[in-house]
Write a protein that binds this ligand. Structure first.
Ligand SMILES: *Cc1c(COP(=O)(O)O)cnc(C)c1O
Length: 398
């Protein structure tokens, strides 16, 4: 690899990631560039983060303006940009209020804390949250416990009490839990499993979840950390249906690279967190909200959400045409710009091969090529992305 770093990563960096030995020095739109000037088409956007692409002029301008004015004062004082963002997000989501934090894990932590307060408000002494297999909710102790991946949990025992696990996309299993476990007060679930390999549930799944939650007075809490902010062709993935959850956690794409998370709540769930019960020093600060306000404006008024749907359909049609009859391909699936090609065998080596060819992609669940490209791509860039991935898959056949 021409771009391979000649120096090892310093031992001073904790080795929590198996890093690819390439580093980028700048980005523009759908591309990033390394220090040799080599260009890479970004099919991953920093894991569903830079939905508006790299170095977006309006995001850059808003950040520069805010950075030279005021960065941070804490939540002990009012933050106008945060208030504006709260009003915009709650309107979009059909929610009543929002708590701002700095990451997806923290947004889910807030949701779990809401569920526990809600349980105690109903005199449930040991409130429990139902979570599903193959989910990913973050790396803090509570969100790690909620995550449905034993490998991620190994070594961190004791995990937290108060979680009940069920299979994904399985409403009858929830009905069974409801009949047998009176401690359950909420369900926390991704509308589409992201890290789990872009698994799309049956069309009726969210409606089924809403019905079970309503029948049992459970909170329906959706983890839209990855699916939110236009990624699936709606602002939130649940907006493909007519249901409204009680709690929505989001982060990743909200700040286009500025760290920001949000936990939105509605109805009784919105009444749980009050002064002194939760907080975050950095949460919703001036700088993060300056970026997020541009993101929300561009997604809604700039037409990028519709564009995500259009580009996703285009990519999927092109994949289907190009890969028809390819016996390495198990399934092509996706919603909006969460697109996946699942192969019949593990294919993590494709990540490095793609880098060599100037393409960034990810492989989830060992055999699922996962694409989370910018919502600002041109048609031509989307076609190039598909063609490059098809080329990689075809190279496996030889
Ligand atoms: C990435 C992700 C998280 C964790 O977000 P962090 O910002 O890394 O804490 C939680 N849930 C889902 C669905 C995610 O994709």
């Amino acid at each position: 690899m021409a771009t391979e770093s000649t120096q090892d990563i310093p031992a001073a960096v904790m080795p929590t990631y198996g890093r690819i030995p390439v580093s980028f020095v700048r980005g523009e739109g759908s591309y990033v560039y390394d220090d040799t000037g080599k260009r890479y088409l970004d099919g991953l956007t920093g894991i569903a983060v830079c939905g508006l692409g790299h170095a977006h002029p309006k995001v850059a301008a808003a950040l520069a303006e805010q950075a030279s004015t005021l960065l941070h004062t804490s939540n002990l004082y009012r933050i106008p940009g945060q208030e504006r963002l709260a009003v915009r997000l709650t309107e979009i989501a059909g929610m009543d209020n929002v708590f701002f934090c700095n990451s997806g894990a923290e947004a889910n932590e807030a949701a779990i804390k809401i569920a526990r307060l809600y349980g105690h408000s109903r005199d449930v002494d040991a409130p429990a949250v139902v979570v599903v297999d193959n989910s990913f909710h973050g790396r803090t102790m509570a969100t790690l416990t909620a995550t449905g991946n034993r490998k991620a949990q190994a070594g961190f025992e004791p995990l937290l009490a108060g979680f009940v696990r069920a299979p994904y996309d399985d409403i009858p299993s929830l009905e069974k839990i409801a009949a047998n476990n009176k401690n359950v007060v909420a369900v926390l679930v991704e509308p589409i499993l992201g890290e789990g390999g872009i698994r799309i549930p049956d069309a009726g799944y969210l409606d089924g979840l809403r019905a079970v939650c309503d029948a049992n007075d459970w909170l329906l809490m959706l983890d839209e950390v990855q699916t939110g902010n236009g990624r699936t062709g709606r602002y939130f993935a649940y907006q493909h249906t007519s249901i409204v959850p009680d709690v929505v956690a989001t982060a990743k794409g909200l700040g286009n690279g500025m760290p920001i998370g949000a936990c939105l709540a509605r109805g009784v769930a919105a009444e749980m967190l009050v002064a002194g019960t939760h907080g975050s020093t950095f949460g919703g600060n001036f700088l993060a909200c300056a970026a997020a306000n541009v993101v929300v404006d561009e997604l809604t008024e700039g037409g990028l959400i519709e564009r995500a749907a259009e580009l996703g359909d285009r990519m999927q049609a092109r994949f289907r045409a190009a890969l028809r009859g390819n016996n390495r391909v198990k399934e092509i699936r996706g919603v909006g710009l969460m697109q996946a090609v699942e192969l019949v065998e593990p294919c993590t080596q494709l990540i490095g091969e793609a880098v060599e060819q100037g393409l960034l992609l990810n492989v989830a669940a060992d055999s699922v090529i996962r694409l989370l490209p910018p919502l600002t791509m041109s048609d031509a860039e989307a076609d190039t992305l598909v063609d490059m991935v098809v080329g990689l898959i075809e190279s496996l056949d030889s």
